[in-house]
Design a protein around this ligand. Sequence first.
Ligand code: F6R
Length: 261
Amino acid sequence: MEVIIKETYDLMSKAAAEAVASLINSKPNAVLGLATGSTPLGLYRELARMHKSDGLDFSQVTTFNLDEYVGLTKDHPQSYHYFMHENLFKHINIPPQNVYIPSGTTTNYRAFCAWFERRIEEVGGIDLQLLGIGSDGHIAFNEPSSSLGSRTRIKTLARQTIEDNARFFDRIEDVPVYAITMGVGTILEARQILFLANGENKAAAVAAAVEGPVTSMITASALQLHPDTICYLDRPAAGKLKMIDYYEWIQAKRPGAPKTA
Ligand code: F6R
């Protein structure tokens, strides 16, 4: 896993947005996997800016979101449908029919999850998947002890995640207990993964994911098995990494590295 550490959240967000834009420029019909939460907000702001100022074109892009709360309608202000519309989709030119977000209100979850997986396959798979990390080490809503081979399904949120996400709701009791989420196995099939984390409160989870053993207790550690994952961190999120000097040495030496492609 390549680890890129930036001094600030803004610099981290811009570096990750450049990687997304470079994919879209080289493959206009790219398939993106998207995340919600606080972490990608800066990246989405930057993509919106690139669309407006530099003409970054999303007209052929397709997106699949990682997850959605069960029970929240699309127009609920805390639903991930609403989040994506407000923070990205309404600012860019993506056709609505190219946007896939798990449904929180389907009446047949099993059939919906199977259909969602099938749609990913039918469009040729995800080219680039964005991920954040929960303070318990989750990716998407794959909570500790989730199978590392899991597929899109319903998942019961961990208490820690409910507490972490309560900041978005009026009362902790309003945080849904269930979510539909892509599985770890689904995520690992993306051709490239950009894994982002910022803030000191993520430092322990990041260190466990990047340098700890691969374990279902930290589902982000499964990214160690992925051949092309880049981890973008701000300085505080990198605070507990043991190999930090090596990661920075690699980046410093990058301009002189042998060309591999
Ligand atoms: C969101 C998601 C979650 C978040 C994680 C971090 O779609 O899948 O795994 O990435 O909970 O959330 P924030 O970024 O709010 O700290």
